[in-house]
Ligand binder design. Structure first.
Ligand SMILES: [Zn+2]
Length: 311
């Protein structure tokens, strides 16, 4: 069994402008590190396909999909850019990148469910966890993880899936989409207060939201995970686990002020794999969200993949 790795050159061509932290160089940094460390040799590489619009509409409203598709397609046809919020900008390649980011998550889900890989990581941009049912925001257009989770349930017949979100920012978009859907358990931790300035009060009983004050470090965060996430995951017995893998809670990342280091990402990945091994036949699909300090991002993705691939 292997770890599948999904990406696509279009995900690199999506560019929100000079100085934007969510930049194409994030994927370069990850690729360079995987090559330099030899982790690359353990991965089974796949080109991310474009998602079906029917899959997108399992997580987003028909009206939103029509509206954002027209905007993104327009940028591609005219060769220009449009800002959908002050931080979230489409260029001519965003349409294809967004389709392939969600397509990676869906195809990875199918591959893992069909036994073609034990688990999968999607090195994709744009990220997804701030995209709500009907709004692009926070660098996100389509909610890749929510689309894949709904695909696993609605299209592939699973009864329970979990979403684990360890990005430093609250996954408000995922919460908006899945709150109240008791087939999905979402466990998350995030710095609070911090963008998007919500999440302290969960929107549904299927949410385990853990707001954490700035400057909290790894040992305390591990205790929180053992106390808050693990019992909920054990009770829920997910048949598959999706990870919103943001690495911006790293000590070196300037977009947040939490103090995680590579060893903490290694430990978190191991704990998630323990749950997956007990209840989900090991099935995990992990999708890149944030992580803006290029070196810290690359090293953290590296340890995450080492654990997933068992090397
Ligand atoms: Zn983030």
């Amino acid at each position: 069994m292997s770890t599948a790795y999904f990406s696509h050159p279009d995900c690199h061509r999506h560019d929100m402008g000079p100085g934007h932290p969510e930049c194409p160089q994030r994927l370069d940094a990850i690729e360079d590190w995987l090559l330099a460390t030899g982790i690359d040799l353990a991965l089974d590489r796949h080109e991310a396909p474009r998602v079906d619009m029917a899959a997108i509409e399992r997580a987003h409203t028909h009206g939103y999909v029509a509206e954002i598709s027209e905007l993104l397609r327009g940028c591609a046809e005219r060769g220009d850019t449009r800002a959908v919020d002050p931080d979230t900008v489409a260029n001519p390649h965003t349409w294809s990148a967004a389709l392939r980011a969600a397509g990676a998550a869906v195809q990875a889900t199918d591959l893992v469910l069909d036994g073609g890989a034990e688990n999968a990581f999607c090195a994709v941009r744009p990220p997804g966890h701030h995209a709500t049912r009907d709004q692009s925001m926070g660098f996100c257009f389509f909610n890749n993880v929510a689309v894949a989770a709904r695909h696993a349930l609605d299209d592939r017949g699973l009864k329970r899936v979990a979403i684990v979100d360890f990005d430093v920012h609250h996954g408000n978009g995922t919460e908006d989409i899945i709150a109240g859907d008791d087939r999905i358990l979402m466990v998350s931790l995030f710095q609070h207060p911090l963008y998007p300035y919500n999440g302290a009060v969960p929107k549904g009983e299927n949410m385990v939201n853990v707001p954490i004050p700035a400057y909290t470090k790894g040992p305390e965060i591990r205790e929180i995970i053992e106390a808050m996430w693990m019992p909920a995951l054990e009770r829920f017995k997910p048949e598959m686990i999706f990870i919103s893998a943001g690495f911006d809670a790293h000590r070196d990342d300037d977009l947040g002020q939490l103090g995680l280091v590579e060893a903490d990402y290694e430990w978190m990945t191991m704990r998630i794999m323990d749950v997956a091994a007990r209840h989900a036949k090991g099935r995990i699909v992990s999708c890149l969200e944030g992580g803006y300090h290029l070196d810290a991002l690359a090293r953290s993705v590296g340890v995450h993949l080492r654990v997933l691939a068992g090397i």
